[in-house]
Design a protein around this ligand. Structure first.
Ligand code: NDP
Length: 247
């Protein structure tokens, strides 16, 4: 019931962090996995090699999720190599950039919009026609999809709230095809974007009832569950993996 054999998956931003953990686990459960990345070619190829060495199937495509044309081309390339169809789409690529209103730059605002919002929209709208009935779309939001619990995070928070809007709308649009669409909302997860070290991490841990950062694989476990046949009746939902931070 958790097995993903025969499924074709695309994970955006899969070279590092949460995306890489998702790609690994989906492949481990049997899916053929395409990942995209923008800069970390060596990391992406190392991950592909690791998956293949473990008996799985994976390949990497370079594509800036903040560039609509590159995104459309990457989806087309992924579909081509996956046999023309898709079962699982994980919209993970995202960036966080902080700054208070009036001081945060237009470039920062636009880049977050391009990757975190437009990237999710263009990836999904390019992929959806090729999704098989019973498919899965998993959008990686954030605890910032629910609240904006720190100052200086209005642009990031806005983009992650927008992910929820897309999730809810698509859950309704695609329900007739039994395609489910959900938002996974990580709390503080130890990645290069949010390192588990230093004063900032220590402060963040005081906000987490479980008292620690989560690990990327702990988010991937939920993603792989939502991707599986076991999760067929869960759609339009927002699910936190946050150590109780927003409890
Ligand atoms: P990382 O920065 O550790 O990894 C980001 C991944 O996305 C990398 O593989 C990176 O590849 C890729 N990526 C970044 N920008 C682009 C782009 N423009 N186009 C394509 N790929 C891109 O981030 P995390 O793993 O921490 O975050 C993953 C997701 O989880 C994001 O959406 C983030 O907002 C969300 N999240 C993370 C939390 C955390 O605490 N870590 C908390 C809540 C949400 P490359 O190096 O090649 O650019």
């Amino acid at each position: 019931i958790f097995n993903l054999s025969g499924k074709a998956a695309l994970v955006t931003g899969g070279s590092r962090g949460i995306g890489a953990a998702c790609a690994k686990l989906l492949a481990h459960r049997g899916a053929s996995v395409a990942i995209t990345y923008s800069k970390s070619a060596e990391r992406a190829e190392a991950l592909v090699a690791e998956i293949v060495a473990a008996g799985g199937s994976a390949f990497a495509i370079v594509a800036d999720a903040g560039d609509a044309n590159a995104t459309k081309a990457a989806v087309a390339q992924a579909l081509d190599r996956l046999g023309g169809h898709l079962d699982i789409l994980v919209n993970n690529a995202g960036i966080a950039d902080h700054g208070p209103v009036g001081l945060v730059s237009e470039a920062s605002f636009e880049r977050q919009m391009d990757i975190n919002v437009r990237g999710v929209w263009y990836t999904t709208s390019s992929a959806v026609a090729a999704m098989r009935d019973g498919g899965r779309i998993i959008n990686i939001g954030s605890f910032f999809s629910e609240r904006v619990p720190t100052p200086g995070a209005s642009s990031y928070g806005m983009t992650k709230h927008a992910v929820v809007g897309m999730t809810r709308g698509w859950a309704r649009d695609l329900a007739a095809r039994q395609i489910t669409v959900n938002t996974v909302e990580p709390g503080p997860i130890a990645t290069e974007a949010n390192p588990d070290e230093g004063d900032r991490a220590a402060m963040i841990k005081t906000m987490v009832p479980l008292g620690r950062y989560g690990q990327p694989h702990e988010v991937a476990e939920l993603v792989a569950f939502l991707a599986s046949p076991a999760a067929a009746y869960i759609t339009g939902a927002q699910i936190l993996v946050d150590g109780g931070m927003l409890a």
